[in-house]
Design a protein around this ligand. Structure first.
Ligand code: G6P
Length: 615
């Protein structure tokens, strides 16, 4: 897991590595480190904590040199300590290596190496690989730089698992060797300088010309050239691509946190999701990027949505939308479960992989498995240059703008809007009348203003959050399309406050969950006026009868619920199918304000990463 950047060129490597690495912090922020060839050998700096800590260490003890490697870590093997931070070195301390991935057979390899006399300074799986490359280098018969390439190739063949690596060696100033299997790695092609990185965003200020390395390829990178070779060592012809790669705006503006800024960006983000995609005359949606004609779309018999975390919750709302609008059965699967399961999939199933980052390893793995079985796979991604966006057969970009806060907010509502567009399009190709299509379009166009109206309650929600933040545990209940909203509300609460929070379908309350209810366990109940409103009020009474506090998400005009619930999070009314989009807004704000009240690190909560690039 983690992010990698390497540089070879005429400039000082240290500031470039630190700057480019900061754009990969979404892949983990447990520790950071770099290694630079300083003319005498390999010099390493590494620090637990954020890249900022590494930058401070580098500012007080800078390393001079024009080629180097760097890493930001999300801990898999070994705690987030200085010793476990990358880069790691071989036994002879002649090379340094950074790694994104997981070495599954590392214990077995560690035992073999230990018996051969190797000692290790860290608890990581990566250090094993550094020692293996060092050993392979010693025994390689290749000459010159080819020796390092050969060593990397033969050491990685002993590894089971995933890797994206970059290696430098004292004997070869001006050379970085990279290799990938499973984890992404791209070459950034500059003018008289070259880069390696886990994704193209890291390179945005430096170059838009990239080569996406393919699995099992190895690259030797110099300032003025690079050679890519296949697993067998044959030279591969590569394609240089231009990527649309604006420098990420990482400015919080007047907001204290990215999470709050991104919550407030939702009116604009969802507008971007449907702008230019509504055909009012035909009362349908236009989604050219699907690469599927009307005939093909009509032939879809089932849909399977793959995703993780928030993206999967958006898929769950999508299921209600598509099943209601287009009457196509939709199943959602945790990507991690699908990729290793025996899940039977019927013939005309369309797969949809949902991922803000487009880099989540489980979602990517599941999508590849579906493609391997011969199914068409669409992607719903925000990051246009991402692996899922590239490898899917077609899809819909979210255009939500960069989401920096680790807790996903605007990407969720954008994804739900895109599912609404898909439902509308598929519905209009089947049974949905133009009148119903038009009603939905009109409601979608009014949605940004209604989100703004929902956001205006932020101060009142802060007061509720401050009242309940001290509790240890919370329940979230909702029915039908609001059940995934309950799941998402609970996930947001867990992610940013570290409180225990669980989402359930409201009616499940009586099947065990009710045992948790007491005066210390508040329940957030989503009870906007819909076909199951009265049922939800029944649940509210059951909770109150057992002394549990209730925080209700309810329509602004609902006077009845004010008299029953302990606190109300008001939302405006919209089309019933779009109501979940409004209902999630106060839940995002509730988590945000509770996290602030508890003094949490809102934008970078402990243990999490924005994009989990290991399985
Ligand atoms: C991580 C993040 C979650 C996110 C999930 C899926 O677990 O912490 O907030 O929902 O990944 O991310 P994706 O980029 O695939 O949407």
């Amino acid at each position: 897991m983690c992010g990698i950047v390497a540089y070879v060129g005429p400039r000082d490597a240290q500031p470039i590595l630190l700057d480019a690495l900061s754009r990969l912090e979404y892949r983990g922020y447990d520790s950071a480190g770099l290694a630079i060839l300083n003319g005498k050998g390999v010099e390493v700096r590494k620090k637990s904590g954020r890249i900022q800590e590494l930058a401070k260490a580098c500012a007080s003890h800078p390393i001079q040199g024009q080629s180097g490697i760097s890493h930001t870590r999300w801990a898999t093997h070994g705690a987030a300590t200085d010793a476990n931070a990358h880069p790691h070195q071989d036994a002879a301390k002649k090379l340094a290596l950074v790694h994104n991935g997981v070495i599954e057979n590392y214990l077995e390899l560690k035992t073999i190496l230990s018996k051969a006399g190797h000692t290790f300074l860290s608890e990581t799986d990566t250090e094993i690989l550094a020692h293996l490359v060092g050993d392979a280098f010693q025994s390689s018969k290749a000459k010159g730089e080819a020796r390092l390439v050969d060593a990397v190739r033969s050491a990685t063949q002993k590894i089971q698992g995933t890797l994206g690596i970059a290696v430098i060696h004292t004997d070869f100033p001006g050379l970085v060797v990279g290799a990938r299997r499973g984890s992404p790695l791209v070459i950034g092609v500059g003018e008289g300088e070259n880069f390696l990185a886990s994704d193209t965003q890291a390179l945005a200020p430096y170059t838009s010309r990239v080569v996406i390395l393919q699995d099992q390829e190895v690259v030797s990178l110099h300032a003025d050239r690079f050679d890519v070779s296949s697993p067998l060592g044959d030279r591969t012809n590569v394609k240089i691509e231009e990527v649309e790669n604006g420098v990420t705006h990482s400015d919080k503006g007047t907001y204290p946190h990215f999470m709050l800024k991104e919550i407030f960006e939702q009116p604009a983000a969802i507008t971007n999701a449907f702008r230019g995609r509504l055909d009012v005359d035909a009362a349908t949606a236009k989604l050219g990027g699907l690469n599927l004609g009307s005939q093909e779309l009509r032939q879809i018999e089932r849909i399977c949505v793959l995703g993780c975390g928030t993206a999967l919750h958006a898929g769950l709302v999508g299921k209600y939308l598509i099943e209601t609008l287009a009457k196509i059965p939709v199943e959602t699967q945790h990507a991690s479960e699908f990729r290793y399961g025996d899940s039977p999939v019927s013939g005309r199933t369309l797969f949809i992989a949902v991922s803000q980052s487009g880099e989540t390893a489980d979602t990517l793995g599941a999508m590849r498995e579906a493609k391997r079985r011969g199914f068409t796979c669409l992607g719903i991604c925000n990051n246009v240059a991402s692996t899922i966006a590239r490898e899917s057969d077609g899809g819909v970009y979210m255009h939500a703008g960069p989401e920096i806060g680790v807790a996903a907010t605007k990407s969720f509502t954008s994804q739900v809007v895109i599912f609404t567009l898909l439902g509308l399009l598929l519905g209009r190709l089947r049974f949905l009348s133009a009148a119903h299509g038009r009603e939905l379009i009109e409601a979608m166009e009014n949605l940004p203003a209604l989100i703004t109206q929902a956001l205006a309650h932020s101060d009142a929600i802060r007061a509720v959050a401050q009242r309940y933040a001290k509790h240890r545990s919370m329940l979230y209940l909702g029915r039908l399309a609001n059940f995934p909203i309950a799941l998402e509300g609970a996930l947001k609460m867990k992610e940013v406050t570290y409180l225990h929070a669980e989402g359930y379908p409201s009616a499940e309350l009586k099947h065990g969950v009710i045992a948790l209810i007491d005066k210390e366990t508040p329940t957030v109940l989503i009870a906007t006026r819909d076909g199951v409103y009265d049922k939800n009020l029944g649940n509210l009474q059951e909770i109150k009868a057992r002394g549990g506090p209730v925080i209700a998400v309810a329509l602004e005009e609902d006077k009845k619920i004010i008299t029953l619930a302990d606190a109300v999070l008001p939302v405006p009314r919209t089309h019933e199918l779009l109501q979940p989009i409004l209902n999630v807004i106060p839940l995002q704000l509730l988590s945000y304000h509770a996290a602030v009240a508890l003094g949490r690190d809102v934008d970078k909560p402990r243990n999490l990463a924005k994009s989990v690039t290991v399985e």
